[in-house]
Design a binder for this molecule. Structure first.
Ligand SMILES: Nc1ncnc2c1ncn2[C@@H]1O[C@H](COP(=O)(O)OP(=O)(O)OP(=O)(O)O)[C@@H](O)[C@H]1O
Ligand SMILES: [Mg+2]
Length: 479
């Protein structure tokens, strides 16, 4: 754009300059012609037959072809002619209209521009005799000047266009070359930003190649800074991972160590309660409470230990498990624990195998069914269904028509220690780890778990990859 503006300005200025120069030359010629033809200059009235009188100065030396001349004699008669370019040169009489147009210019002995009808643009000068009233108008055509200007303009436009195209191409090439290092640096940044950095052990992070870290260039400074930043990020991530690992190890160790003393407390409390000696009623109550709290703490410790182990990425004991009997057993247990609820079960009549740790899957089922039991009032219908999905997946769904999960809890319901703080859940000894365990176990099995909840319908959906690919009949029979 800048170049185009500059080229345009140059073209306009140079054209105007050339035009002014050519016009001044033309004016000089007109003035000279006028001086030669002016009134008082000897006129040969004996014009050749058929030619207008008093204009033979047009045939004189230095008059160019197509020059016009008009003379008004003192008696008012007018004669006008244009010089024919042929050999020998001849004078052609002007029409009345042309003559009148030529006489219309101011008689001030200055050159004027006029478009003579039928002849084109002329530069004309009028010289008058103050006493006799005689007038002579002389004019030379502007065609030569116009042609010259036209040519200059054409050349300027062509050269400018070619220059613009060449400059544009050169610019593209130069910019591309100049930006190549920056593009390499950007490529590194893009690839690193695509890596998974928010959890787990840090993978090696790519660095900007040494060639693009020269601090003497701007791009090199960017590259070097990026590398420094990546060093810091790697160090921070490594530190984070080490801390996480330590905390996990600590939780796992602490949970493990707590199991034995908890079992002892439980055992002694039970022993005392059932002992021979009759306990006073408040002591018996205290022992029952000690036992109940110890039991609750044991399950909490077990949950923590399981989560710590899953976090540590311990490999699962994988076997080929048929989900149907597992689900049937879990629902039977839930029915026994919650006789006030209505339990429904749908399993397909073909086996549904997954590669899994059966004890962990059992825990998933127990946690989901326990939630459906403890977080809903009696009379709630809980439907458990198992089905094979297209694309080799198994879907387990636990749906209840209870009051639903509180909206403020729902988005984080799979996180640890997140629970709806109702009096019911507190009295049932809720810790908020149940769904966290579900999520961790399902993730360890390369599955997904989702929840949809509204008052009257809460549904947990677990999907696990199936092992056998026998497709086909997947009809369900109510059990
Ligand atoms: N089926 C459900 N209906 C209504 N609310 C539910 C349901 N399932 C879960 N919730 C809500 O989600 C919260 C988190 O559930 P989660 O199983 O993680 O913890 P918890 O049941 O409170 O404790 P825990 O299972 O460790 O004993 C619960 O406290 C409860 O408010
Ligand atoms: Mg629960």
């Amino acid at each position: 754009m800048l170049l185009a503006v500059v080229l345009t300005v140059i073209a306009v200025v140079s054209t105007l300059t050339i035009r002014a120069f050519l016009m001044s030359q033309l004016d000089q010629r007109v003035i000279d012609a006028g001086a030669r033809a002016g009134p008082g200059v000897v006129v040969h009235l004996g014009a050749p037959p058929g030619e207008p009188p008093g204009l033979d100065f047009l045939r004189g030396p230095g008059v160019e072809p197509d020059a016009v001349g008009v003379r008004r004699f003192p008696d008012g008669t007018v004669s006008g002619a244009v010089l024919d370019g042929g050999t020998p040169p001849r004078l052609r009489e002007l029409t009345r209209e042309q003559t009148e147009a030529v006489l219309g210019i101011p008689a001030d002995a200055e050159p004027h521009t006029l478009s003579v009808p039928g002849l084109g643009d002329y530069r004309l000068i009028t010289v008058g005799h103050p006493d006799s009233g005689e007038l002579v108008v002389t004019g030379v055509p502007m065609a030569s000047v116009q042609e010259a200007i036209q040519q200059v303009l054409t050349v300027e436009v062509v050269v400018s266009a070619a220059g613009l195209v060449a400059a544009g191409l050169a610019l593209v090439v130069v910019v591309k070359l100049a930006l190549r290092p920056l593009r390499r640096v950007a490529g590194t940044a893009i690839r690193v930003s695509g890596q998974n950095l928010h959890e787990g052990e840090v993978e090696w992070l790519e660095r900007v190649p040494a060639a693009d870290t020269d601090p003497r260039t701007e791009v090199g400074q960017v590259g070097a800074s990026l590398n420094r930043l990546l060093d810091h990020v790697t160090a921070a991530l490594t530190a984070r991972h080490a801390t996480e690992t330590r905390v996990r190890q600590f939780v796992a160790d602490a949970s493990h160590e707590l199991r034995t003393p908890l079992a002892s407390i439980r055992g002694y409390a039970e022993l005392t309660r059932r002992g021979r000696a009759e306990l006073p009623p408040d002591a018996a109550h205290a022992m029952r409470r000690v036992e109940a709290e110890a039991t609750r703490m044991t399950s909490l410790v077990e949950d923590l230990l399981l989560l710590a182990r899953l976090d540590a990425g311990r490999p699962l004991e994988r076997t080929r498990v048929d989900l149907s009997p597992l689900v049937i057993d879990a629902v039977s247990d839930a029915r026994a624990a919650g006789p006030g609820h209505h339990w429904r079960l749908t399993v397909p009549d073909e086996p549904l195998h997954v590669s899994a740790d059966p004890a962990r899957l059992q825990q998933v089922l127990v946690n989901l069914l326990a939630n459906a039991r403890t977080h809903t009032p009696p009379g709630t219908v809980v439907t458990t269904s198992l089905a094979r999905l297209d694309g080799d997946a198994v879907e387990l769904r636990v749906t209840d028509n209870g009051p639903g999960i509180a909206p403020e809890v729902l988005p984080n319901v799979f996180e640890r220690f997140v629970r709806g703080d109702t009096s019911r859940s507190r009295s049932a000894g809720s810790t908020g780890l149940g769904l966290a365990i579900v999520a961790a176990v399902v993730a360890a099995h390369a599955g997904t778990v989702g929840v949809a909840s509204a008052p009257g319908r809460t549904s947990f959906t677990v999907r696990l990859p199936a092992v056998n690919s026998q497709a086909g009949h997947s009809g369900s029979t109510p059990a």
